[in-house]
Design a protein around this ligand. Structure first.
Ligand code: PLP
Length: 403
């Protein structure tokens, strides 16, 4: 981020999220180019960062959207994503969400169980519609990532096994209210090894071959998201090797490749800015208490995730410190044993790689307003979501206040 952070925090305050839109564009183009001339659609995983301006930015570049709630579908539509580039996934869709997705006529619903397929069929029948569907296959491959973000093993709740998927496709093909057009897998997030993706793609491509052989016309091959990024010293998957692995798996078939990157596009576009409130020591242990907290950026507390933290412009001998927020939980930290120079009240800390699963996981815990969000576009900054106020937080309770 080529920006003067001081001006940024003086203008917009802290805690603050800022996203480099040029970086996002660059990431999108790099991945798109890796698909070369092959038919491909990058469906941005809206859950990673669902700010409308972020989605719109990607939509303008040609991206579609991978959504996991009707709210995300609305966001994608409001942000200007073409409805035929929107897919709706998720293990548990409510009837009203299914109905609304069919009404909005999005590209397809991605189904994760036989029971869900029957619901979609019944709802489509009531609406006298035909639902375009894909089925999420769980290839039972270990993605070698954090267990909380591993999704492609039978022990995980996601998708269905190959045999069930096949049975579902055969059923769907016969139904006047279901139109099976896609297949999907997503084995986990923050993947840094190509092997598991390659293996999954081959298993799922074989399924597609067997479906084509019985006249089930699968046209979309969705390889999910999960491309890992550098938080510390990871070696991410090379984009070209990634696409070549997919091309090899589907060799000989005429398919549109879809992928659903979230983190890849936005994680390293974002930083979280927070101000030092105080330093303190407990029995010699150093704590830096900041004005941001786990309600703003949950990843360290939730997954023990690493985020690089720096104190720009500060000099002096660095010593280890736990960087913690004001929330009343021992798990409220951004980093442990972070090497930092001596800090004073109002110094700024930058928590890097905070563009994905940052703001989207923010809450109002401890009645803390969620932070503002800013876009950095070239040399300019634009507020893309204002800081919440106390009034925003109580609005939905105030009129219902029991006298
Ligand atoms: C179905 C699906 N697609 C895409 C993604 C995006 O993953 P990532 O941000 O790792 O690319 C997720 C993340 O949980 C997901 O569950």
């Amino acid at each position: 981020m080529a920006l003067d952070y001081k001006t940024l925090v003086e203008t917009y305050g802290t805690p603050l999220y800022a996203y480099d839109f040029d970086y996002i564009e660059n990431r999108y183009r790099t991945l798109k180019e890796a698909f070369g001339g092959k038919k491909s659609l990058i469906n941005y995983a809206v859950k990673a960062n669902s700010n409308l301006s972020v989605i719109r930015h990607l939509a303008k570049l040609g991206a579609g959207a991978d959504c996991v709630s009707i709210g995300e579908v609305y966001r994608a539509l409001d942000a200007g994503v073409d409805k035929y580039k929107i897919i709706f996934s998720g293990v548990g869709k409510r009837d009203d969400e299914i109905e609304e997705a069919l009404r909005k006529d999005i590209l397809m619903l991605n189904l994760e169980s036989e029971a869900e397929m029957k619901r979609v069929e019944a709802i489509a029948a009531d609406m006298q519609k035909e639902a375009r569907i894909s089925i999420r296959v769980n290839p039972n491959i270990d993605p070698k990532t954090h267990p909380y973000i591993s999704t492609g093993l039978h022990e995980n709740k996601f998708g269905v096994d190959i045999e069930t998927a096949k049975r579902m496709y055969i059923y769907a093909k016969k139904s006047p209210h279901l139109n099976p057009i896609g297949v999907h897998f997503h084995i986990g997030s923050q993947l840094t090894e190509l092997g598991p993706i390659k293996e999954s793609a081959q298993i799922v491509a074989d399924l597609v071959r067997s479906l084509h052989a019985i006249d089930i016309d699968i046209r979309f091959f969705d390889v999910g998201g999960g491309l890992g990024v550098v938080y510390k010293d990871e070696t991410p998957i090379d984009e070209r090797e990634y696409t070549v692995a997919i091309f090899e798996a589907i060799k000989g078939m005429d398919l549109t490749i879809m992928c659903e990157p979230g983190r890849y596009l936005v994680a390293n576009a974002g930083a979280f800015f927070t101000r030092v409130l105080y330093e303190k020591r407990n029995e010699g242990k150093r704590f830096v208490i900041v004005d941001g907290a786990m309600n703003d950026l949950l990843r360290p507390s939730l997954y023990n995730a690493y985020h690089r933290i720096e104190a720009p412009g500060k000099k002096g001998e660095e010593t280890p410190a736990d960087v913690v927020g004001p929330v009343c939980e021992s798990g409220d930290f951004f980093g442990k044993e972070v090497m930092l120079p001596p800090l004073e009240h109002n110094d700024i800390l930058v928590v890097h790689s905070a563009g994905a699963y940052g703001f989207t996981m923010a809450s109002n815990y401890n009645t803390r307003p969620r932070p503002a969000e800013v876009a950095i576009i070239g040399d300019e900054t634009r507020l893309i979501r204002r800081r919440e106020t106390y009034e925003d937080q109580i609005r939905l309770e105030k009129e219902y206040l029991i006298p």
